[in-house]
Design a protein around this ligand. Sequence first.
Ligand SMILES: Cc1cc2nc3c(=O)[nH]c(=O)nc-3n(C[C@H](O)[C@H](O)[C@H](O)COP(=O)(O)OP(=O)(O)OC[C@H]3O[C@@H](n4cnc5c(N)ncnc54)[C@H](O)[C@@H]3O)c2cc1C
Length: 412
Amino acid sequence: MVQTIVVGAGIIGTAIAYQLQRRGESVVLVDRDAPGKGASYGNMASIAVTEFMPASRPGIWAQMPGWMLDPQGPVRIRPSYMPRLIPWFLRFVAASRPSKLRQLEAAGAVLCRRVYEDLDALLAETGLQHMISSEGCLSVYTDEAEFKADHEHIEILDRFGFRYEVLRGNAIRDLEPAITRKIGKAVLFPDNRSIANPYLLVLALADQFRSLGGSIVTGEVVGFEQDNAGVRGVHLRDGRKLDAGRVVLAAGAFTGRLSAMLGEQIPLETERGYHTQIQAPGVSMRHSLIWPAKAFMVTPTAGGIRVGGTVEMAGLDAAPDYRRAKVLVKRAKQALPDLKVEDTSEWMGHRPAMPDTVPVMGRSAKRSNVWYATGHGHLGLTYGATTARLMADLITGATPPVDMKPYRVDRF
Ligand SMILES: Cc1cc2nc3c(=O)[nH]c(=O)nc-3n(C[C@H](O)[C@H](O)[C@H](O)COP(=O)(O)OP(=O)(O)OC[C@H]3O[C@@H](n4cnc5c(N)ncnc54)[C@H](O)[C@@H]3O)c2cc1C
């Protein structure tokens, strides 16, 4: 039987490995670290089906100087990284053409519409339903002006038929008593659930994969064995070589380094994000919370309250700047005045980001037995089960239930 090597044991690679093994394939999942220690470890745990819209909007380039000058702003480009970012940034701006935006929104919405069909099935068959919350997410606004500034988001949801409910005054506190009275308006997204601990979800899927006979190898992929027909194996840093009939590259934000070894350039960047986990927050919450004007998110998780967000463009190698995590906690205290910030831990992770916000899911344009699943940006946890389903269809020759053209690796 053809051996499939999946590189990257984040939510994406682990879910794909599980799906393929379940369909009777022989799969080896390879990661340089233990499973789930990349971006999938510390994300904001949200199944954010209402957040599929491209980050690029008309006129966005005008905001760039502010992103370079304000180290604590919601988006930060480290000036020293700007020269390397330019090719990606030009594609990011190009994605903001109105006609292009409509296509990109549709490509995200198609995936988000499928999310619960695929995620519920995955959680049910692996006995992990207890990991998902039954409450939604609240987007909060001080006043009408803040709400109006977010109108485009709501209009897009209307266009694609996603559910939401506008709340005012005490109706907000009825749902979440900890929210400050300064918040006058909110939108409830009832379908944005959360996962109690996204890291444990990856570990549980990895266990399920093993129990089906899959194997997990710890090692860093540093090269490929190739012949005219394709890739025949992967080389690990410690000198081992693993034979492969087929390779799936799902190494998150690092996938571009691997594709480059195959002569395939993917415009993939890291949008670095931060979280602070507050173990004993002194307030309890059922819903997650976003405050768009302050650009942060708060999620109740199994280990306390998690505060996070922000985008920092500084590449894969620069040291974290935890001032960005601290700013978010200050803002969270404005929303939740009784929040106690004690017993905390901070974390930084690399969102794998395509300039058009649409993930890559499909066959390599250079090597017919290589597949990519990357670029899931802010929605990798949300898209994990759906990506695994679609990739397993593609790889095993089944017809996926959606048109996969928008997700091709050679679309740029
Ligand atoms: C602050 C923050 C908040 C977020 N919030 C949310 C959210 O609420 N909802 C949501 O849906 N998404 C969210 N995301 C995005 C989500 O976390 C990512 O899209 C997702 O985790 C990407 O998964 P992945 O499997 O592609 O990558 P990763 O989880 O990064 O996994 C990639 C793996 O590849 C391995 N690897 C890399 N190179 C090699 C190599 N050469 N050899 C072997 N192994 C290698 C790494 O060790 C790693 O384990 C957030 C991200 C951040 C940073």
